[in-house]
Design a protein around this ligand. Structure first.
Ligand SMILES: [Zn+2]
Length: 161
């Protein structure tokens, strides 16, 4: 088997590529990206990396932009998505959480059974634990809540105020 044969097995055929592109509606299938790409630009990612035994089939393929294909590396699609969620949604979630009041953050935290503790401070009568700040709540919540939940709380705000 020559090098060309070896390499051609790593990517799906042109017909499958067209189907993949059409199914992806011409967009990168990384949900954190979704960039519109030309057919020529499409990178065929593997849900299970070829180097890890993932097969070169349409079902194992994802339509990716150049950047996301590089980003995925040899991670499986599932691992990649997990990482994307951590990397890309955190700043957005934090921003959304900032819009909530302290008591709303408290409610969310208790809903998720999160224990948020304040800093130890030195007072007149020895050290004591301060109430957690908004930032402390947000840092705990950001790994747990979804955008949807935050929007629900925000929606309640607009009804009652
Ligand atoms: Zn992308």
């Amino acid at each position: 088997m020559g090098y060309d044969d070896y390499d051609s097995k790593r990517t799906i055929g042109i017909r499958d590529k067209q189907i993949l592109y059409r199914n992806a509606k011409g967009r990168c299938q990384n949900p954190a990206c979704g960039k519109k790409i030309e057919f020529d630009e499409m990178q065929v990612g593997h849900k299970t990396a070829w180097s890890r035994g993932g097969r070169t089939t349409l079902a194992n393929s994802v339509c990716l932009c150049y950047r996301c294909n590089k980003l995925q590396g040899t991670d499986s699609w599932a691992t990649f998505l997990k990482k994307q969620r951590v990397v890309d949604q955190k700043p957005q979630l934090k921003k959304s959480l900032q819009a909530l009041t302290l008591s709303e953050l408290k409610d969310l935290a208790s809903k998720h059974k999160l224990i948020v503790t304040g800093k130890i401070a030195k007072g007149l009568f020895g050290s004591y634990r301060q109430d957690p700040t908004k930032t402390q709540y947000i840092n705990k919540l950001v790994g747990v809540v979804t955008e949807k939940e935050i929007n629900k709380v925000l929606a309640k705000d607009t009804i009652f105020h």
